[in-house]
Design a protein around this ligand. Structure first.
Ligand code: BDP
Length: 603
């Protein structure tokens, strides 16, 4: 667990310089990097962009599919005026595990390819001089790691990733690297939670710092006016006539903390927050005590050339597509996204179901990818896995808790919950994570097709349900789709008859669709069939009041492993991989722009 994961800011006390650009890169199939002295840095590698996944730059398959250790290295300069500060290198993400060296000295290691970590390099750097950083990264998949999979060695000695999940194992330094200079004993974390009254809002804040006798907190509106102040490491900021953060109508305040040592300011941190509450009541999802009906997508961080790299340009386009189509939410399937995504969502008023990379915890579902037909939670690997899982939930909540856009935490995607062996794991995990979020946002996970109302043993855990259902595609497809609809209704009737009074959001459903393939009457893979499948689901959603959201799979086509179920990736996108609409996009736009935000409120 990281001590603090504050997003880097620049002010009088804090410097932030990006170490993005071309790094030197080497594959290390023989595991000889240290022996060769690569930890001391190297200049003779392949020139590799950061942030990026290395895979799709290469023209030979051994390089693209490379699984094992690989190294990055570059020089960086630490100015003299950074002396006296703590010097950190912050990695936005390294897939999936990393060891960081500076000037040949091992600084730290980290596991988890979708969350940031900070290396304190203060004692290793030379001030006023060039320094060298080297990072050994490893992208193997294991059952006791997140996301889950296997690494196999082929007869020719090459290693291969066998994911138990349906997205390509894009690897590398996928997010920005920052060189930071921050106060040695400064602020390392803060949190907020909210109470909304008639014409006032209370922001409960608390600041964690390594020293300092006091904190001055202030809240500043979008016009730059200070609207509330307080003193103390924790306390309340009270705003009269507050402007609330609303769905698709965001208002952001700047929260600013000054850390004092006696009367002297020794650190400052500022961030943007939104005044809003979220809660689940009966089968309603409430934002600011008002009912909200979710529409949006499951997504991926995925684009051509740079793979899973965060790309501000792609994100700008995706946000615009979501706004155009009338979406108000998405799930960060199947891992926490780059921090800038949440900042964007905060600004645009889009709700996020934030998901930890606990995906592939179900071997039968991954069978088409090579998984085994046994209960995942019977495996002896779950002990080690649990530790990593909890660690990553800790870090995800730590990192994202202050974003107004974050509506809920998704703790798994499609785990195998159909056997009793899952229950102790869930009990422990849900208990251990109950108090991590100061806002106590709802916790949930997606239920795979096999985990029906009747079959899942873990229905008591989520605060609301996310259902991934594929009638019309993986079963009862094509002309049989009417039976698919009947089956879906039969399952929902069971939920309805039960005494469960919680909302259901459909977090996945869809049809692979080849853009440009038209057929009358429709046929699977055609643009017409994708619309028919969405129409079928929407008919069903409109008939059950406890369904409070629809997030078809996926916003855009994305890359997966190659296989006989995939034609250059997963084609369930409503948009193509280069972010152009399929016909279904126009259909959904018509529906979603007409649906009121509080659709089904009070029902
Ligand atoms: C679901 C998974 C998702 C897949 C999708 C599909 O959650 O990752 O991409 O199926 O098969 O089971 O399209």
């Amino acid at each position: 667990m990281e001590k603090g994961l504050l997003y880097p800011v620049i002010n009088q006390y804090r410097a932030d310089e990006k170490l993005d650009g071309l790094w030197n890169f080497k594959f290390d199939p023989a595991g000889e990097g240290e022996q060769q002295g690569w930890q001391k840095g190297f200049d003779n590698g392949i020139k590799m962009p950061v942030p990026a996944s290395f895979n799709d730059f290469f023209t030979d398959k051994d390089a693209r599919e490379y699984t094992g250790d690989f190294w990055y290295s570059r020089h960086f300069f630490v100015p003299d005026y950074f002396k006296g500060q703590e010097i950190q290198i912050r990695f936005g993400a390294a897939t999936h595990r990393a060891v960081v060296y500076v000037n040949g000295q091992e600084i730290r290691s980290h596991e988890g390819g979708f969350l940031p970590f900070t290396a304190d390099v203060t004692d290793a750097v030379k001030f006023g001089q060039e320094n060298v950083v080297a990072v050994k990264v490893n992208n193997e998949l294991h059952r006791d790691a997140l996301p889950a999979g296997d690494t196999e060695t082929l007869k020719n000695g090459k290693k291969m990733a066998k994911p138990f999940f349906d997205f390509y194992n894009y690897s590398g330094l996928n997010r920005s690297v920052h060189l930071l200079a921050v106060p040695k004993k400064g602020i390392y974390d803060y949190s907020t939670s909210y109470d909304l009254g008639e014409s006032k809002a209370t922001v409960h804040y608390s600041v964690r710092a390594d020293s300092g006798s006091n904190v001055k907190a202030s809240l500043i509106d979008e016009n730059g006016q200070v609207v509330a102040t307080n003193e103390g490491k924790s306390g309340d900021l009270i705003v009269t006539q507050p402007k609330l953060w609303n769905v698709r109508d965001a208002y952001l305040y700047t929260i600013q903390f000054k850390l004092l040592d006696q009367d002297r300011v020794i650190d400052e941190y500022q961030d943007q927050i939104g005044l809003r509450t979220v809660e689940i009541k009966g089968h309603e999802i409430l934002v600011n005590h008002k009912s909200v009906y979710l529409r949006g997508f499951g997504r991926h961080e995925d684009s051509i050339y740079a793979g899973r790299a965060f790309d501000l340009n792609v994100e700008r386009r995706d946000m615009n597509l979501m706004k155009w189509i009338g979406a108000n939410s998405f799930r960060s399937s199947h891992y926490p996204y780059d921090e800038q995504v949440y900042r964007f969502a905060d600004r645009e008023g889009i709700l996020v179901i934030d998901e930890v990379p606990a995906v592939g915890f179900k071997m039968a579902a991954a069978s088409f990818l090579g998984g085994l037909d046994q209960s995942f939670f019977d495996g002896d690997w779950t002990k080690e896995l649990y530790k990593k899982h909890l660690d990553q939930i800790n870090d995800m909540i730590q990192r994202d808790k202050n974003h107004p856009s974050v509506l809920a935490w998704s703790l798994f995607n499609e785990p195998d919950t159909s056997t009793n062996s899952a229950v102790p794991y869930f009990e422990k995990l849900f208990a251990a994570t109950a108090n991590l979020d100061p806002e106590k946002r709802p916790r949930t996970f997606t239920l795979n097709e096999d985990d029906t109302y009747e079959k899942s043993k873990c229905l008591k855990f989520p605060d609301f349900y996310l259902l991934n259902r594929y009638p019309g595609w993986y079963h009862k497809w094509g002309y049989e789709i009417s039976d698919g609809e009947a089956g879906l209704r039969a399952e929902l009737d069971e939920w309805q008859k039960s005494d469960i009074d919680k909302p259901i959001v459909f977090s996945e459903y869809g049809a692979d669709t080849e853009p440009g393939l038209h057929k009358l009457p429709s046929i699977m893979w055609s643009e017409e069939y994708q619309i028919e499948l969405l129409e079928m689901f929407n008919r069903v959603f409109d008939s059950y009041d406890f369904i409070r959201g629809e997030q078809p799979w996926n916003l855009a086509d994305f890359q997966t492993v190659e296989g006989n179920m995939r034609v250059n990736g997963n084609k369930k996108g409503i948009f193509t991989r280069d972010r152009q609409p399929k016909a279904a996009a126009f259909y959904l736009r018509k529906r979603w722009t007409k649906l009121p935000l509080d659709y089904k409120a009070g029902k």
